[in-house]
Design a protein around this ligand. Structure first.
Ligand SMILES: [Mg+2]
Ligand SMILES: [Zn+2]
Length: 186
């Protein structure tokens, strides 16, 4: 099996610290505070041009903590998706977990529920897809579904168990590797 067949054009993307700059210990609770990470819009455009289905999978416990309404989070995500489209990219869907650990939901990463929701809607085989995240919870969720995982170095320590398949400096670098793995890298 060559590299082109090993993988499917399906990518799950964490949001904070991958698509937008990390809000640190807090949350993005207003579109005015949402800033795309350097090179992220261009990276998303390249994924779209290469025929990828790109789904965002994001923990937003700020909702369960009562800090912000789900409607505000949904509005931020529609604005984000529009900005991506305006830049020539496309997000197939944005899947957000509004819960906190004590809710014991099935979607808060490291659980794979958000990936499952995306696959239920868009199809594809996650074990032949990719997951890009900047936290150990992201890598663990992707690992549970057999994704090839790419860790974006930022504020969080390198995930150890499970380790990420690749460590990169940005979403743009992650996309370079993903395109190479499907046989379309430069
Ligand atoms: Mg993150
Ligand atoms: Zn959840």
């Amino acid at each position: 099996m060559d590299a082109t067949n090993r993988h499917e054009r399906l990518v799950f993307l964490d949001r904070d610290g991958v698509i937008n700059t990390s809000p640190g210990e807090g949350w993005v609770m207003d579109w005015a505070d949402f800033a795309f990470a350097p090179g992220a819009l261009d990276a998303l455009r390249r994924l779209h041009e290469h025929g990828f289905t790109a789904c965002v999978v994001t923990n937003q416990s700020c909702v369960a903590r009562g800090l912000v309404g789900r409607d505000v989070i949904d509005d931020i995500h529609s604005r984000m998706s529009q900005a991506v489209a305006d830049a020539g990219g496309r997000l197939a869907g944005v899947y957000a977990c509004p819960h906190y650990d004590t809710d014991n939901c099935s979607c808060r990463k490291p659980k794979p529920g958000l990936i499952d929701q995306a696959v239920a809607r868009h199809g594809g085989d996650p074990s032949r897809g990719f997951l890009v995240g900047d936290g150990a919870r992201d890598i663990a969720a992707g690992h549970t579904r057999g994704c090839t995982t790419l860790f974006v170095k930022g504020e969080n320590p390198l995930p150890e168990e499970p380790p990420a398949d690749y460590v990169v400096g940005s979403l743009a670098e992650a996309v370079d590797i993903i395109l190479r793995l499907v046989g379309e890298g430069e």
